[in-house]
Design a protein around this ligand. Structure first.
Ligand SMILES: [Zn+2]
Length: 266
């Protein structure tokens, strides 16, 4: 049962108590306050996946090693992806690419290049529509399923992870993701890599929330290619100085499972 369902059940219990017992025992302000809290928490839950409000979202792994997953949203892009791949190849590290299905369908050769370089491909919905969070369950499922199919056709492997567009979620997103065989993923540190962002500041923002098992989120195609290459060079140098190893998201998650079986502290 999700936290949203528990909150809904608690609200229903308050309303039933108010209806049955009357104002003498349950004053009118109690159900109003319960409704306001329920709606406010739901609104926050939509925007913050780390609240796990509508379902379990992977926002950080409980890694015991100093490993992190670097993830890129919104690609592949003909202008941005090659610069990212070159920077990662130079540093000999692997990352995870949350691809938009329509962009992957338009650039299957880039999807193939990402996969051949050893990176992990993941699902970021087909249209990346700003109103995705208002789509029906059936349309959400098509968004996720069509993207998985395009990625599978391009690289031969079906993705296991989904990051909803803009990181927004609701109960339908979790239902459709489960139906498509996808695990919902958020992040623990985001770059805020707007087109005018300075590489040093972007890296500093990411490194403030650096922890073992962190999931770092950047974008493919937001920064100009030169600025992205500089950002990645600074970030990868900084991670090396601090003793962190970037790995694919599936590798980070497998380390968490190993840690659990070894009964190491979280
Ligand atoms: Zn996105």
């Amino acid at each position: 049962m999700s936290r949203f369902n528990i909150s809904t059940a608690a609200l229903a219990a308050v309303l039933i108590a108010w209806a049955l017992m009357g104002q003498a025992l349950v004053p009118n302000w109690v159900p109003i306050a319960a409704l306001v809290v329920h709606v406010a928490l739901a609104a926050l839950g939509v925007a913050f996946l780390e609240m796990q409000w509508f379902g379990p979202a992977l926002c950080r792994c409980r890694s015991i090693a100093k490993e992190v997953a670097i993830t890129f949203d919104d690609g592949p892009t003909p202008a941005g992806t090659p610069a990212i791949l070159d920077a990662l190849e130079q540093a000999r590290v692997h990352a995870t690419f949350f691809c938009v299905g329509s962009r992957a369908a338009a650039s299957p050769e880039l999807v193939g290049r990402i996969a051949r370089a050893g990176h992990l491909l993941a699902n970021h919905a087909y249209s990346h529509h700003p109103l995705t969070n208002f789509f029906s369950d059936a349309r959400l499922f098509r968004e996720f399923e069509d993207t998985s199919r395009v990625l599978e056709q391009a690289c031969g492997e079906r993705p296991s992870f989904l990051r909803p567009p803009i990181g927004l979620s609701n109960p339908g997103v979790f239902r459709a993701a489960a139906r498509a065989g996808l695990r919902v993923v958020g992040w623990s540190a985001r770059a805020m890599d707007t087109p005018s962002g300075r590489p040093e500041r972007i890296v500093a923002r990411l490194c403030r929330r650096l922890r073992p098992g962190a999931i770092l989120m950047l974008h493919d195609g937001k920064l100009p290619p030169g600025a992205m290459a500089t950002t990645l060079r600074i970030l990868l140098d900084r991670l090396r100085e601090l003793g962190y190893q970037p790995v694919r998201l599936d590798a980070l998650l497998s380390r968490e499972k190993q840690g659990k079986t070894m009964r190491h502290p979280a």
